[in-house]
Design a protein around this ligand. Structure first.
Ligand code: PAF
Length: 283
């Protein structure tokens, strides 16, 4: 029978668990999550298991990356099901601190990432987000001291921000970004997909379809701004309220006007009903 992961809820027990691994010179990979795990997270776990001898999955719905009007309160929390999935996946350790353990009374330090964190994409619509993410991920990296950390590419700007943060803070962790796992119709897996009504779920693959056709047209040499304008219209036709569809440099996230400025990444965010979805694709 598969063994339940060792669930740690305090810094002291986590340190003691990890020091056992370190004493045996075992490498450690971290998969940071907010729980409500799906196949996308399990693909990250698989990659982590290929990279390191021991895998730690953190489950922490981080309050500091949600604005007061966002879905912190209703964000799906399914701890028992997550532990079951991680048991079947053969994960060694779960790091599940409470908000009080992560942010004890008097906590007063917050990172303010620059560069890709101020690219005018997610940051424009969620100005609090990357400060919260960078701070909690820096804390997770300090707490776990992983050799590897595995993130999905679905939150592409987040991946760029945490990669730069680890580099800037000289944290000795290799960040690995894995391609987005999708449903058969192209919809990117997300813990928030459960918010979609049946009708909204029917419209949702329009995001990926638009990214795909836009990427093909840009690759074929069509003018980027014209392709994006048509893509924006297609997304709005599918009942979405569009935040952005942009073409950016894949590493810096700076605006691009020609394929010569590449490599290019297309990034999109849009609301359907009350649910905000994001996605991205390489050109
Ligand atoms: O992508 C997520 O699930 C979160 O933003 C992360 C990286 C776990 C930080 O809270």
């Amino acid at each position: 029978m598969a063994q339940r992961p060792n669930v740690n809820r305090t810094i002291a027990t986590l340190r003691s668990t990890l020091s056992g691994f370190r004493a045996k010179r075992q490498t450690v990979a971290l998969v940071p999550t907010m729980g409500a795990l799906h196949r996308g997270h399990l693909a990250l776990v698989k990659e982590a298991q290929k990279r390191a001898r021991r895998v730690v999955v953190s489950i922490f719905v981080n309050p500091t990356q949600f604005a007061p009007h966002e879905d912190f309160g209703s964000y799906p929390r399914r701890f028992a099901a997550d532990i079951q999935a991680l048991t079947e996946a053969g994960v060694d350790v779960v790091w599940a601190p409470s908000p009080e353990v992560m942010y004890p009374a008097g906590f007063s330090t917050r990172l303010a990432p620059d560069g890709a964190a101020l690219a005018g994409l997610e940051d424009k619509f969620r100005p609090h987000f990357f400060g919260g993410v960078a701070t909690v991920v820096a804390k997770l990296f300090t707490q776990v001291a992983p050799d590897f950390a595995v993130f999905g590419q679905k939150d592409y700007q987040q991946l760029r921000v945490v990669t730069q943060m680890a580099k800037d803070l000289d944290l000795p962790v290799k960040i690995v970004g894995l391609p987005t796992v999708r449903e058969k119709d192209g919809l990117a897996l997300s813990s928030r997909n459960i918010y979609l009504s049946e009708l909204e779920r029917g419209h949702a693959p329009a995001l990926y379809r638009t990214l795909k056709t836009s990427a093909e047209r840009i690759k074929a040499g069509e003018p980027i701004e014209m392709v994006l304008e048509e893509g924006r219209a297609q997304i709005e036709l599918a009942e979405f309220d569009l935040d952005y569809l942009e073409a950016r440099h894949a590493l810096t996230l700076a605006p691009v006007t020609s394929v010569k400025d590449g490599p290019i990444r297309l990034l999109v965010a849009a609301k359907i009903g009350k649910t905000r979805l994001i996605d991205n694709l390489a050109v």
